[in-house]
Design a protein around this ligand. Structure first.
Ligand code: ADP
Ligand code: MG
Length: 339
């Protein structure tokens, strides 16, 4: 077999016609295979769990034309596929260990596209410390569909659940909120009043999210409940509140936004709607007792993550968004439906 990273990432070194399934596996995916995967030359991988740890399993699929656009860079598509799964592991306090990948390529997918897809995975494997353990490779009847199962581990009994938050707990969020949803609007040409650099920033955040994987590894000692923000801040807050049987008060002013998102809402305050209820952020929303504030801040510093306190949990089973003067904001126009 061939198969250094160089071969994988150099589009000039691969043929233009699409070779068979076994050649794709051997040339593009075997170089990504980790310990226990037998270089993808056996039927299955062997995974040895660390004593005292439990496995955390999650799966997400993305489809051409639905979760990414046919013209998107293939390396970005692969990285988004991996990252939307790493975000679920991070929100559960887990450390990513490996993943299984299923590729259903459309008839029109070129070998260059596949090679660039594999190169995107290679880059993220290095960044996040995960390895490929196996998968499946088939031809799709229609557009391409990719599915990835991520495997993480966490100390036994320590996975962070959606339930477990208490009234009085602080509500925190990592990173910035809104970039993913506004990035999709920017990619569709709906934010042309923004500068080119702001638009590029937002589109890139939509294509390649930045889940807080290092911070996630430390979450189990800090959070009483957590989930990743994939469906929108208010909707996901609703999931946490329902599971924990609490309500929440959040301050709109304290929701952390990037400078590009800020530039957007300064011009168009109606763009708060996709920030509050759009999706694709892949940050962590978590609850934690007030006594954990210092530990959370120092963990954020040591892991290079930004964290922001956006509100608190309440006994009343409802969600209120407050403006700077403490008045409730009408969120019905955001498309947010009350749980
Ligand atoms: P089988 O037909 O016996 O299920 P396959 O030919 O599908 O086996 O796969 C052979 C090996 O290659 C297996 O170890 C499988 O996990 C791996 N594999 C196949 N496709 C992929 C892929 N897209 N990514 C990673 N590993 C893959
Ligand atoms: Mg087999």
């Amino acid at each position: 077999m061939s198969g250094s990273d160089d071969n994988v990432s150099d589009p000039n070194s691969v043929p233009t016609s699409v070779p068979g399934e076994f050649s794709i596996i051997e040339n593009l995916f075997a170089p990504l295979a980790g310990e226990g995967a037998f270089a993808l030359q056996d039927d299955a991988a062997l995974f040895t769990p660390t004593p005292g740890q439990q496995l955390v399993l999650t799966k997400d699929a993305i489809a051409e034309g639905r979760h990414y656009l046919a013209g998107d860079p293939p390396g970005d598509v692969a990285r988004k596929l991996l990252r939307v799964n790493l975000s679920d592991l991070a929100a559960k306090g887990a450390t990513p260990r490996g993943y299984l990948l299923s590729c259903a390529w459309s008839e029109t997918t070129s070998y260059e596209w596949m090679a660039a897809f594999a190169a995107g995975l290679a880059a993220d494997q290095k960044q996040f410390g995960v390895e490929l353990l196996g998968g499946d490779t088939i031809k799709a009847a229609g557009p391409s569909v990719f599915s990835l199962t991520a495997i993480g581990d966490v100390a036994a009994g320590k996975m962070v659940l959606r339930s477990g938050a208490r009234p009085g707990d602080d509500l925190w969020v990592t990173g910035t909120i809104g970039d993913g949803a506004l990035g999709l609007l920017a990619a569709r040409g709906e934010l042309d009043f923004l500068s080119a650099s702001d638009k590029d920033y937002l589109v890139q955040r939509y294509r390649v999210p930045e889940p807080p994987v290092s911070f996630g590894k430390e979450l189990s000692g800090l959070a009483s409940a957590a989930l990743d923000v994939s469906d929108g801040l208010l909707g996901d807050l609703g999931h946490l509140c329902r599971s924990s049987e609490v309500g929440a008060k959040i301050r709109q002013e304290s929701i952390p936004v990037s400078s590009a998102t800020n530039a957007c809402v300064v011009t168009r305050p109606d763009r708060w709607a996709p920030i509050l209820s759009g999706g694709d952020d892949y940050q962590i929303l978590f609850a934690a007792p007030v006594a954990k504030r210092e530990a959370i801040s120092s963990t954020a510093v040591s892991t290079g993550t930004t964290v922001t306190r956006i509100g608190e949990l309440t006994v009343d089973a409802k969600i209120a968004v407050l403006d700077a003067a403490g008045k409730p904001v009408d969120v019905s126009s955001t498309g947010f439906t009350h749980f």
